[in-house]
Write a protein that binds this ligand. Structure first.
Ligand code: G3P
Ligand code: CA
Length: 319
């Protein structure tokens, strides 16, 4: 680097620091669109910084950005009144006090021959969901934390990191009369996030559902990149990767299904590899979640990963 380049670099860094701006940390808009072995590794905060703040809430998303996330993941559900909401589970008792607030609003379901009570998110309006506590399940100090709409998440994250939404239960919502993929695209369009000059807020759409990603692809083509997830124990075969390439940009195997050979094959086909999920709350044979992530990124060659611990993400030279 010559002196002029050095000074230019320093002045842009100083300007960014003075503005409190994280611009150098934003993922490049083309991150993960084509694999770049040896390039910058991409940090996706899984449900936000969910090791430290309640998953899929604004505090978790905000903390993830402060801990350096390139992208913040939002799992998406749909309320009774047709609003995209952030949340992993379609049934709300694990993460909220819904059974206390709406004790009579359950639906009975049969599980292994037993009748059980379920509080499905799609039976509640946004106004009702906002009455619930989505924080205490993690720690009493988060009591009163509300479920965010996806729009509220976008308002928080926009300009500070990328968005990594996942369509959860798209077939279920289809049966209920919602076109989840169209709703996702409508929200992105309404927010002007289809503008390719918007480098500060790249968008990556993910799903376990191939039909869901194919519907997204039919709606928007390559305007936003897409990640095809696969369930635990379902490693991507050559055939699956060739099919995925038709409508998506990256494959998302569970970490136990990732090998160096799989990563090399995916890269040879032009697919990036994004694996999941890395958490300090799960025992790891690597001694720490940071070491575990290091192994997958730098030994096996994965391009990106989802973690509950963005602050532990191992950055090495050029990454
Ligand atoms: O979306 C990547 C990863 O989050 C998949 O697992 O169940 O946490 O959505 P899950
Ligand atoms: Ca997810």
């Amino acid at each position: 680097m010559n002196r002029r380049e050095f000074l230019a670099l320093m002045s842009s860094a100083a300007l960014a620091a003075a503005m409190g701006c994280r611009s150098q940390q934003h993922p490049p808009r083309d991150a993960l669109i084509t694999p770049k072995p040896g390039g910058r590794k991409i940090l996706i905060a899984h449900r936000g910084a969910s090791a430290y703040a309640p998953e899929n809430t604004l505090p978790a998303y905000d903390l993830a950005i402060k801990q350096g996330a390139d992208y913040v993941e939002q799992d998406l559900q749909i309320s009774k009144d047709g609003v995209l909401m952030c949340g992993h589970d379609v049934e709300l008792t694990r993460v909220s006090n819904i059974a206390d607030v709406f004790p009579d609003r359950f639906t009975e379901a049969k599980v292994k021959g037993k009748t059980v009570r379920k509080w499905w998110i799609y039976n509640f309006t946004v106004a009702e969901l906002k009455q619930l506590d989505f924080g205490s399940h993690l720690d009493p100090k988060f009591k009163g934390t509300q479920i965010p709409t996806w729009q509220e998440a976008i308002d928080l994250i926009r300009g500070r990191a990328g968005l990594f939404p996942e369509t959860k239960g798209p077939e279920l919502y289809g049966k209920l009369g919602f076109n989840m993929e169209q709703m996702v695209v409508d929200v992105l369009n309404r927010n002007g996030l289809n503008d390719k000059s918007n480098h500060a807020t790249p968008v990556f759409i993910q799903s376990f559902s191939r039909p869901s990603l194919e519907r997204v692809n039919a709606l928007i083509g390559s305007r936003w990149p897409k990640l095809q997830l696969a369930l635990v124990g379902k490693p991507f075969t050559d055939e699956m990767m060739d099919e995925t390439k038709q409508y998506a940009t990256a494959i998302g195997p569970a970490k136990n299904d990732v090998t160096a050979a799989l990563v090399q094959k995916a890269h040879a086909k032009g697919l990036s590899v994004v694996t999941w999920t890395f958490s300090s709350r799960e025992p790891s044979q690597y001694g720490s979640v940071a070491n575990e992530m290091r192994h997958y990124l730098y030994d096996l060659g994965a391009d990106a990963l989802f973690t509950n611990n963005p602050d532990q993400f191992p950055r090495e030279a050029n990454s």
